[in-house]
Design a protein around this ligand. Sequence first.
Ligand SMILES: Nc1ncnc2c1ncn2[C@@H]1O[C@H](COP(=O)(O)OP(=O)(O)OP(=O)(O)O)[C@@H](O)[C@H]1O
Length: 247
Amino acid sequence: MDKQAIIQVDTVSKHYGTNNAIKQVSFQVKKGEIFGLIGKTGAGKTTLLELLSGNQILDEGAVKVMGFDMGTEGDKLKEHINIFSQSTSLVDRLTVREALDMFQGFYHQKNNVDGILKQFGLTAYEDKVVRRLSGGLRQRTTLAIAVVNDPSIVFLDEPTTGLDAQAKKEYWAILAALKLQGKTIVIVSHDMTEIQYHCDRVGVMREGSLVACDSPTKLIAELPGGGLTMEAVYMHYAVSNAGGVGV
Ligand SMILES: Nc1ncnc2c1ncn2[C@@H]1O[C@H](COP(=O)(O)OP(=O)(O)OP(=O)(O)O)[C@@H](O)[C@H]1O
């Protein structure tokens, strides 16, 4: 395993019945980077995220996270990773503080809740019921929940979908602060602008395969025929028939 790699994915496959959702995917994520996953609906991004976070069992290959084999030693990682999923309904009826306290109860390793509320700009809302908050504050709350155990790695599945530009900006400012603290972030997004400006490296998924993986700058620079944006990279690798180039 590469010394810098905090996540090592080696020829991983996953199928649901006859549906090959993930096909022989290999890549690594380095410690402290923000790694983006992009691709069309159904390309396999969520499945891959769940395999990396131990929420799905792989069929072939190996995933190592912080040196632990996810297949056999996944339990040892519980304290060190956390995942944001779309289903916030569990916390909807709780106040922000109650939600943080409840999730913190699942872990031995604990982050300071007052510190999290402050860092996430949630102190003024700690007694508010989550479902009554704006979309931006709700997403900030779910991100706050994802760091209650002070994890080394945070997995985020489309956290900024539906947020306005200001809320997205505030969300990414918090992610940048988490990165500065040394945390590694793996994020799925359909917003190519945020992927271009905030991710250190990006993996492009297409029909279960990882068809490109590099920094946004390199992916853009190496586009056949040139390109200026991640939108063009997305169209080339994830959508057009010209895509499908190996990693
Ligand atoms: N629990 C499941 N049971 C059966 N098939 C599934 C399951 N979860 C996902 N799939 C299938 O696996 C493939 C990959 O789905 P996945 O949700 O990982 O894609 P995605 O890239 O995250 O899509 P989206 O952008 O819509 O979230 C799809 O064909 C999907 O229908």
